[in-house]
Write a protein that binds this ligand. Structure first.
Ligand code: PMP
Length: 322
């Protein structure tokens, strides 16, 4: 799909995967005016191809577009494009359980001009790739590195949308996390450097005493679609979920007095990622007994069951592409 000022979005088409040609002065290279989404298509046991809450991805895509001064894409057209493309490529969805087709919609600004102003031309592209099960050897806890020097986002910035610069700015911190044997960074807020926000590509949940707590959407973290779904699911089970500010000090104290029972991340890629330990100021703090917690395991089983068609979908989240 192309956009030209005056014409609007036009020329929707499906073409074979191929390199694209861009002018070296295309604005995306210089000013990072680009956004993306990520979702998965699954093949159910009955052979149906389903997407998980794709309407949420289209809505978030347009919130990202708006923040980056990119013209909105018609959501119905975007959903239709997703359906058609996934159908064309459905043979790529492996039959093995919990494997999927990862779908990556994105927008880039293509106008060749060096002035800092919104581009007058864009491309909206959707690419796809088959992905294996995230946990080929079963769900496994990871270590998370609490970042205290670098900052990912501040309120008023772009942390609440999916734009490339957020991820570029996180790479340096990720190197530090990897060097300490950690899978991902846990970001603190950019102003006080004490409120926990999110993990590199996941939102985060804490089982604190008899409640489940997740950082409130303050404007500097991404409103994850898995996060929203997990909150619904936990409340549906009758568990108390609090969306509020959480400080790293509260977590460290709760780890020491034993009331921090579980931590897990939520995101499209892993669905649920249990956290076995937190690396904070040179110390590795074990969460619970370091293995996958009972709520994490139950949420993982249920979410993947709903997504892949193994379980009933009481919330109407699965969307068939046929
Ligand atoms: N936070 C960030 C920074 C992410 O990149 C992602 C992955 N999209 C998430 C959270 C989780 O969002 P979702 O559940 O929609 O995949």
């Amino acid at each position: 799909l192309d956009y030209d000022a005056g014409l609007g979005w036009h020329d929707a088409r499906i073409v074979p995967y191929q390199p694209i040609t861009l002018d070296p002065a295309a604005k995306v290279f210089h000013y990072g005016q680009t956004i993306f989404e990520g979702l998965k298509a699954y093949r159910t046991e009955e052979g149906k191809i389903v997407l998980f809450r794709p309407d949420m991805n289209m809505k978030r895509l347009n919130r990202s577009n708006d923040r980056l001064s990119i013209p909105a894409v018609d959501e119905a057209l975007g959903l239709e494009a997703l359906r058609q493309l996934v159908q064309v490529d459905q043979d790529w969805i492996p039959d093995a359980p919990e494997t999927s087709l990862y779908v990556r919609p994105f927008v880039i600004s293509t106008e060749a001009a060096l002035g800092v102003s919104p581009s007058l031309q864009y491309k909206f592209i959707i690419i796809m790739s088959p992905v294996g099960s995230y946990y080929s050897e079963g769900i496994k806890p990871v270590s998370i590195y609490v970042e205290s020097d670098y900052v990912r986002a501040v309120a008023g910035g772009v942390g609440h949308v999916k734009t490339a610069g957020n991820y570029a700015a996180g790479l340096k911190a990720q190197e530090g996390a990897t060097a300490q044997g950690c899978a991902q960074v846990l970001w603190l807020d950019g102003v006080h450097r004490k409120y926990v926000e999110e993990v590199g590509s996941m939102n985060v949940f804490f089982r604190l005493g008899d409640k489940i707590v997740t950082p409130a959407l303050t404007g500097s973290l991404l409103p994850g679609i898995t996060r929203d779904s997990v909150i619904h699911l936990l409340r549906h089970w009758g568990l108390e979920v609090e969306e509020r500010l959480v400080t790293i000090d509260e977590l460290v104290e709760a780890q020491k007095d034993g009331s921090l029972k579980e931590i897990f991340g939520t995101g499209t890629a892993a669905v649920i990622s249990p956290v076995g330990s937190l690396y904070w100021k040179g110390e590795k703090l074990t969460i619970g007994n370091g293995s996958t917690g009972e709520v994490s395991a139950r949420v993982y089983e249920t979410m993947t069951g709903i997504q892949t068609g193994r379980l009933e979908d009481p919330f109407g989240w699965r969307v068939s592409v046929e």
